[in-house]
Design a binder for this molecule. Sequence first.
Ligand SMILES: Cc1ncc(COP(=O)(O)O)c(C=O)c1O
Length: 371
Amino acid sequence: MDRIDLRSDTVTKPTDEMRRAMAEAEVGDDVLGDDPTTNALEERAAELLGKEAGLFVASGTMGNLVAQLAHLGRGQETIAGRQSHIVLDEAAGHAVIVGTSVRTLDDRPDGTMDLDAIRAAFRDPMDPHEPVTGLVTIENTHAHSMGRPLSVAYTAEVAGIAHERGVPLHVDGARFWNAVVALGVRASELAAPADTVTFCISKGLGCPVGSVLVGTREVIWRARRGRKLVGGGMRQAGILAAAGLVALRDGPAGMIERLAEDHANARRLAEALATMPGIVAAGDIAQPGGGPLDPGRVATNFVLFRVERERAGFLEAVKAGGVLLDGYPNGQVRAATHVGIGVAEIDRAIAAIAAALRATTPVALAGGVPN
Ligand SMILES: Cc1ncc(COP(=O)(O)O)c(C=O)c1O
């Protein structure tokens, strides 16, 4: 029987239709602007998010990096969540490549940062000691809070604060489409307040490679230079972009609408886990306060929890039952649903997790200490 891989939505494989589109893609040299399929993907992304232009990049990390290169100059500073991907998981690209610092603020259990804290985090541009605040970023969906989607109203409030000070807002929307579907809004509405948004096609949308950054023509031109600088200028990239065009189709022909199934499956998994002795709240911002796992926290395709077991042994026992889960920061365990996972796989995963709990020895979790 195939193993059930819930480690991440990045494990998805391209659909048959994507593979056909990739094989048949019309291509050219994209660095020269000659790749019609890449151009079409960039235009489609820009159109959907209501922006002037798009840029196809190799990864979500590169999307965030070239957005920072486009918005910031050396010695400037970004305001970002302490637990955001840009801060924790991008090899300090902001410092190493962009030459900037990050002013981190606490992320809250709903994935937001406090608006007054954002206001207070801006530096005094007249003080020569201080870095100059040049960018605000938010993450939507917000991974460490259990994939919480950030609303249009919140995005607009943060943008308002930033714009009042002449600073742009970038949205790390690696899972932007999960937010769109969970909130039931149009992508253009959710993107409207932001200056740039990047989204991954290689996660829940099921494509093999890539992300798209969208914004004004001018900012995207600067990002294109940044992409060249980091060696991200690809040639016949249309072979990859073709899968993205399949994913971004309207309705059931595309991969957006079906994200609702992933969200329902994540909720189904969480509801079952919540009844199992040994499974508890993820703690931290994913479910502060501890106690039993609350399935109501699941709004998109992530389930985060902790287990009253030695974690590595538990993950091994689940794996022996044919299911892969991810060891997440803070001693948490993550299950991410995606296009390869249906109701049957969720039910098999539930059974494998229950069996792994029975096969491993209970240990008490010391308050908040990762195991
Ligand atoms: C919130 C967030 N931003 C950015 C990225 C980076 O994407 P990539 O792995 O394609 O570089 C990820 C990847 O998991 C992510 O979760």
